[in-house]
Design a protein around this ligand. Structure first.
Ligand SMILES: *Cc1c(COP(=O)(O)O)cnc(C)c1O
Length: 415
């Protein structure tokens, strides 16, 4: 697309889009343009049906019998298996549980324990802050001498991987810039040095094709409420490659990760597979909703999701580049679409106010401190027409400078 596309061109892209019918599976107000699926995915209709069913029927009527009757007890492994298909994991290696942060704590401690004699956790300076906080917390709980957290710039990662490092902890798609790491290459380099790797897939799962088994990944965590559309605070997941199952040992020894929880034995014996990463009772309601939400991906090829994501973001960029009013937005994401995840990041000194003014125009996007505007393209429900309308409203409010109104500059608690 070299010349500036017209509205008719954009409408034609929607007509030809094989994923276009997916939008009808979501509950999205017609006049809303939702470009924030990277923070909280939209609600699949089937998820709200399932929420009613699990609350009213399974909890309300069948009560505690549902653990067996509706197989609540196997939710974590069943949902894990469904997520496993989206990340290229053979069965038995993925389990749904807890939050991404808690899961990272479990995996980091576990991986360090498998690397006797090594103490370094290598990670990236601009990793998602929660991941850095958790790494610091692991270091504190293990004790200063037994663990060291080393943070480097993205470009220094490859050279810093050496035989003193125990664990490489990275987020596949950068939450701020959308820069995507070469997971296969970094994992291979780590392995040449005997380093175990933990990947955070929060901004990748449901948006990019992943091949964790093929890329020989050791461990991974990821989020259920972004591109997986599992609802606010949906449970997260853990992937642990089966070759590590015999050696791994996680620190939060809860009864649900016990070999036989219902024997109520006084001593902890870890379950043999990935199930040992369970800790307490699963969040049945939200996990059931996530399970239903995953049906949206049935029969969907992740390559086609990726292709549409790139086409949407390329169209957005092209329209922004050609708009006189938008020249002050600085692209912070890589220019090459294959080097980006599924969102675009722009910086502007007034990014917060611009974001708020755009939301007031019914275009939902988000802001990340200090000055980044994030525009997310969830290919399952964002249309090319949405992109067209979003850029034109953005151009208008930049031209009119409506974003300078006081109502838009006031910071709210959640940004
Ligand atoms: C969203 C996100 C998380 C979320 O962690 P929670 O424990 O669910 O709050 C973690 N890591 C990354 C990289 C994320 O993008």
């Amino acid at each position: 697309m070299n010349k500036l596309p017209t509205l008719a061109d954009v409408e034609a892209l929607d007509r030809l889009d094989p994923l276009a019918p997916k939008r009808a599976e979501f509950n999205l107000p017609d006049d809303l343009i939702y470009l924030d699926g990277n923070s909280l995915g939209a609600m699949p209709l089937i998820a709200s049906q399932r929420a009613r069913e699990v609350v009213e029927r399974e909890w309300g009527q069948d009560l505690i019998r549902s653990w067996n009757q509706h197989d609540w007890i196997n939710l974590p492994s069943r949902v894990g298996g469904k997520i496993g298909k989206l990340i290229g994991a053979a069965p038995g290696q993925t389990i749904c549980c807890d939050s991404t942060s808690v899961n990272l704590y479990k995996l980091l401690t576990c991986a360090l324990g498998m690397q006797k004699g090594r103490t370094g956790i290598l990670t990236q300076q601009d990793n998602f802050p929660a991941d850095l906080y958790i790494a610091a917390g692991v270091k504190d709980s293990i004790g200063g001498q037994g663990c060291e957290v080393i943070t480097v710039q993205e470009g220094e990662l490859l050279e810093r991987i050496d035989t003193t490092i125990a664990v490489l902890l990275l987020t596949h798609v950068n939450y701020r810039t959308a820069a995507v790491h070469d997971m296969e290459q970094l994992t291979a380099r780590a392995h040449e040095n005997g380093v175990l790797v933990i990947w955070d897939l929060s901004h990748s799962v449901g948006a990019l094709p992943l091949a964790l088994d093929q890329w020989q990944v050791d461990f991974a965590v990821g989020c259920g409420y972004k591109y997986l559309n599992g609802g606010p605070g949906a449970p997260a997941f853990i992937y642990a490659a089966s070759r590590h199952h015999a050696a791994m040992r996680q620190p939060l020894q809860g009864w649900m990760g016990h070999k036989s929880p219902f024997e109520f034995a006084p001593d902890y014996i870890a379950a043999s597979g990935v199930a040992q990463f369970l800790c307490g009772t699963p969040a049945v309601i939200s996990m059931s909703v996530l399970e239903a939400a995953l049906q949206v991906f049935d029969g969907v090829d992740m390559e086609s999701v990726r292709r549409k994501s790139q086409e949407l973001s390329e169209l957005f960029l092209l329209l922004v580049t050609r708009s006189e009013a938008l020249q002050k937005l600085r692209l912070k994401s890589p220019l090459a679409p294959e080097k980006r995840g599924s969102h675009l990041a722009f910086t502007h000194p007034q990014a917060y106010a611009i974001c708020q003014a755009l939301i007031a125009q019914n275009v939902i996007c988000d802001f990340r401190a200090p000055a980044t505007l994030r525009i997310g393209f969830a290919p399952m429900y964002v249309s090319f027409r949405n992109v067209w309308d979003a850029v034109s409203r953005l151009g208008q409010l930049m031209e009119d400078k409506t974003y300078l109104h006081a109502e838009f500059t006031q910071r709210r608690l959640v940004t």
